[in-house]
Ligand binder design. Structure first.
Ligand SMILES: *Cc1c(COP(=O)(O)O)cnc(C)c1O
Length: 497
């Protein structure tokens, strides 16, 4: 059975379902598989449906769930909530393929993991015969929040609080969150950026003020620091590969590249895990926007926060502290918890850390980093639409542009799949202006106009937003996060009494 150990203390080991409940480790570390010895050949999943593929891959890693439990989780998550039976379609474009991960209930790739996480958590609770409330604390740069709110709404024994940066998410993202339904949900804007929100959530786990307030309440997380979110993301790497094989584009065993628009390093880490368990991958292209801390890191081995924070058209990637990188460092250092703790300490105290040459070499063997500024992102959206009649969102454009740069720079034209992470309609004002130059003040006007220009259908969950009532307007200073969390915990505890 796979043990999940904290990246900052190897002695802290849990089984898969326990790690799903815990979210973040008490020492601030991230639960990571102690050893990655399962192997899944793509041949094993070539004829599978998405759900069958998910059962195999999730089952191989979250291996203390029974087959029946996983079956229920998988089929409960990947159903008509997605607007296409194949769940994740693959689309041919001129320079590669787009893997469309945004056909779920909130039109972002986060849906793939956040439709199943609440089910994995509920199943874990049943295993333990627990009845206390799990309070999900979630920091969002825009998309996780809504996907988590949608996934956890009215799930028994859970409550969810989402923190988002007041300035920084797109107006549609904000409206999506503020109109969320469910008696157990809470949405709070923070006067700060995503990193402030994420810090709050991480600090809550060890804060005395918060823990004292938790009576009959356990804190967990829906961020990609939860292993239950990471593992379901491995599935679509295999899925896309199988599609390429079945379409005759590659032979089984051939290598492919993936270009991944990256923020918190969760999605691309799932790609790395896919590679480690047997998917033939040549390079993982880590695509960043102007917040290019990861590009610099991959090129130099120095991770430094000594830089300006930018708000961009691709807000879900406006992140300077990419949490999941910690898991990669842990794995590549041979589970060296002392070394990882020291690096994370250095990041906290000095705002930077450096990896040694051996580690940097290993990183470069598997990853390369490229970044795209706002101008090029806009040009990419424009050109794909005009030349290929393909409408993409700004995050996907950053990924596409990274793929192109990589191809031109290296001459490596290994078949490349770009992860398309959001519907263009989530960012309609920006996308419209990239295509036609038109600047609309109103989002829904931009949405209508974009639909007219492109002929592409608006996802129902986004078009219905205009008539939904706003339920959440609270906004707090970034210093008041722990107080707000403690207050919420007391409230939830009382409900239980
Ligand atoms: C979250 C998100 C990303 C970044 O994914 P990470 O796992 O945080 O690296 C990219 N694009 C979109 C649209 C997202 O919502």
């Amino acid at each position: 059975m796979t043990r999940y150990i904290s990246t900052r203390n190897k002695e802290d080991a849990l089984s898969a379902h326990e790690a799903v409940i815990a979210g973040l480790a008490k020492d601030g570390g991230l639960y990571t598989p102690e050893s990655i010895d399962v192997r899944i050949s793509p041949e094993e999943i070539l004829n599978d449906t998405y759900q069958e593929c998910a059962e195999k891959i999730i089952g191989a890693l979250l291996d203390d769930y029974t087959k029946e439990e996983l079956h229920e989780c998988v089929y409960g998550a990947y159903d008509e909530k997605f607007d296409t039976e194949e769940i994740v379609p693959l689309r041919r474009v001129r320079d590669g393929w787009l893997m469309e991960l945004w056909h779920g209930p909130t039109s972002a790739f986060k849906d793939i993991a956040l439709t199943i996480l609440p089910r994995l958590l509920t199943a874990a609770y049943k295993k333990e015969n627990r009845s206390d409330i799990v309070s999900i604390l979630t920091a969002t740069s825009g998309d996780t929040g809504k996907a988590a709110l949608s996934g956890f709404a009215d799930v028994p024994n859970t409550a969810i609080t989402v923190f988002y940066p007041e300035i920084g998410v797109s107006p549609i993202q904000k409206k999506q969150m503020a109109t969320s339904k469910g008696a157990n949900v809470e949405v709070i804007a923070v006067k700060g950026n995503f990193d402030d929100c994420q810090r709050m959530v991480k600090e809550a786990v060890t804060s005395k003020e918060v823990l004292d307030a938790c009576k009959g309440v356990t804190i967990s997380s829906a961020n990609s620091i939860n292993i239950g979110r990471l593992v379901p993301q491995i599935v679509y790497y295999y899925w896309a590969y199988a599609k390429l094989v079945n379409a005759g584009e590659i032979k089984c065993g051939d290598k492919v590249n993936f270009a991944v628009p990256t923020g918190n390093f969760g999605d691309i880490l799932a790609g790395y895990l896919a590679m480690r368990i047997g998917l033939p991958v040549n390079k993982l292209i880590c695509a960043s926007n102007t917040n290019n801390v990861l590009t610099d890191f991959i090129n130099t081995g120095v991770y430094s926060l000594d830089r300006q924070f930018h708000t961009t058209m691709s807000p879900s990637m406006d992140i300077l502290i990419s949490s999941n990188l910690e898991r990669l460092l842990f794995i590549l250092s041979g589970n060296n918890d002392i070394k990882v703790s020291a690096m994370m300490d250095s990041l906290k105290q000095k705002g930077s850390y450096r990896v040694d040459d051996v580690m940097l070499k290993k990183i470069k063997e598997n990853f390369c980093g490229y970044w795209t500024d706002e101008e090029e992102c806009a040009v990419t959206i424009h050109d794909l639409f005009v030349e290929q009649n393909c409408l993409i969102d700004p995050h996907t454009a950053v990924g596409y542009s990274a793929m192109r740069r990589y191809q031109r720079e290296t001459g490596d034209y290994t078949p490349c799949v770009v992860l398309s992470t959001a519907s263009p309609y989530k960012f309609c004002k920006d996308v419209l202006s990239c295509i036609t130059g038109e600047k609309k003040d109103d989002d829904f006007e931009a949405m209508d106009e974009l639909a007219e220009v492109s002929g592409m259908k608006v996802p129902a969950n986004l078009s219905e937003l205009r008539s939904l009532e706003v339920r959440f307007t609270r906004s707090i200073a970034k210093e008041d996060g722990l107080k707000a969390i403690a207050e919420r915990m007391r409230g939830l505890g009382n409900v239980q009494d």
